[in-house]
Ligand binder design. Structure first.
Ligand SMILES: [Zn+2]
Ligand SMILES: [Zn+2]
Ligand SMILES: [Zn+2]
Length: 360
């Protein structure tokens, strides 16, 4: 799954798309056939218009349990600070995450070859080859990456093997096709000073040795066509289904490194799935509307109709991702860490009691 991150980036990516309208009238008209483009809430209970979501999502007890579990999972961390810390402050910094998933299909034709044993050839004389997008296949489940290779009917033809050019064999490079190599013992002279007769016993005075690679034939059998000189070619269609993901996490109001949000889930507030989704326009956090517009425009430009790709389906979601800053005291000093996601993961830069696992 390919993920493009637009975390906390409100300027560069988005601004570049706002300079020109990515939705010309024709596309806008097509989109009008889809249901109400404004976002539909999954649950009225979670309505971000009515509720202030910047409230604490964890209790002090949950904070302590999560921190202790975190310290225990690290071999170099002593658990004492997590066990005995005094929580001084809990600050809710909850945020929203926008995600666009565009499920695409790509069709590419390549030339493939195989050994030819004679017999029927399904050539273009038999029937007209279908165009890449006219071939009917069962797609995988939606939003699942998959690849398939299909031989295209009526594209078969027999031609000389390109490796041996139909010669069934290839000149031996080791002896340059002569079948002989210079005798290394006498350096090709046929005589030597080491023996009474002065005749090289390795080559019997010829100065040559037979080439071991081609067994003196000067010729190597062509592996690609198995010495037949011919190959059966056809067009192979490669179909690639891919779920392309673009994400954006709203506003950065803390020093928490936002890339860690990738490790966790949030509470789904909005879910919209269509053949093509329309940008969210009325979410209370403006950067979510902007990133929806930018991500959709980006995928529309990337998967232009008429190219190798087709967009099969899109879905966009908005999640509320819990984030809490915890400030605590340990042995008279103040420290802090973050608790984030539904999974209550811990991010602690300055854990007070780390020992060194020295390598002997
Ligand atoms: Zn010799
Ligand atoms: Zn040879
Ligand atoms: Zn060949």
């Amino acid at each position: 799954m390919e993920t493009e991150l637009l975390i906390g980036d409100k300027s560069s990516t988005i601004a570049s798309y706002e300079s020109e309208d990515p939705f010309p009238p024709s596309i806008a008209q097509v989109n009008k056939s889809f249901p109400d483009p404004s976002y539909q809430l999954l649950n009225e209970e979670l309505n971000p218009h009515k509720k202030n979501w910047n409230i604490l999502s964890v209790s002090e007890q949950e904070v302590k349990e999560a921190f202790l579990q975190y310290a225990s999972s690290k071999c170099c961390y002593r658990t004492a600070p997590a066990e005995k810390m005094v929580v001084r402050n809990l600050t809710p910094l909850n945020t929203y995450r926008y995600r666009l998933e565009t499920f695409t299909e790509k069709r590419e034709a390549n030339l493939a070859s195989e050994l030819y044993y004679g017999g029927f050839v399904d050539s273009s004389a038999v029937g007209l080859p279908p165009a890449p997008w006219d071939i009917v296949v069962d797609p995988p489940p939606l939003f699942t990456d998959c690849e398939m290779h299909i031989p295209v009917p009526h594209t078969y033809f027999v031609q000389n093997c390109p490796d041996c050019k139909g010669q069934r064999g290839i000149k031996c490079q080791s002896c340059n096709g002569t079948g002989k190599k210079k005798c290394s013992s006498c350096n090709g002279t046929g005589s030597t000073w080491q023996e009474d007769s002065h005749v090289c016993s390795f080559c019997a005075g010829t100065g040559d040795k037979s080439c071991l690679k081609c067994h003196s034939s000067g010729w190597l059998k062509c592996v690609r066509c198995n010495e037949s000189g011919l190959l059966l070619f056809h067009t192979e269609l490669t179909i690639t289904w891919k779920n392309n993901v673009a994400e954006h996490v709203a506003g950065k109001n803390s020093d928490f490194p936002t890339h860690h949000f990738q490790e966790v889930t949030g509470r789904k507030i909005h879910h919209d799935e269509q053949p093509m989704v329309y940008p969210i326009t009325d979410f209370p956090e403006p950067s979510i509307n902007a990133s929806s517009r930018a991500c959709i425009a980006q995928h529309k430009m990337k998967f232009v109709p008429g190219g190798l790709h087709r967009i099969l389906r899109q879905k966009q979601t908005v999640e509320l991702v819990p984030l809490t800053k915890v400030e605590y005291e340990w042995q008279g000093s103040l420290y802090s860490f973050y608790l984030f996601g539904n999974e209550k993961k811990v991010y602690a830069e300055d854990y007070p009691e780390k020992c060194c696992c020295s390598v002997m």
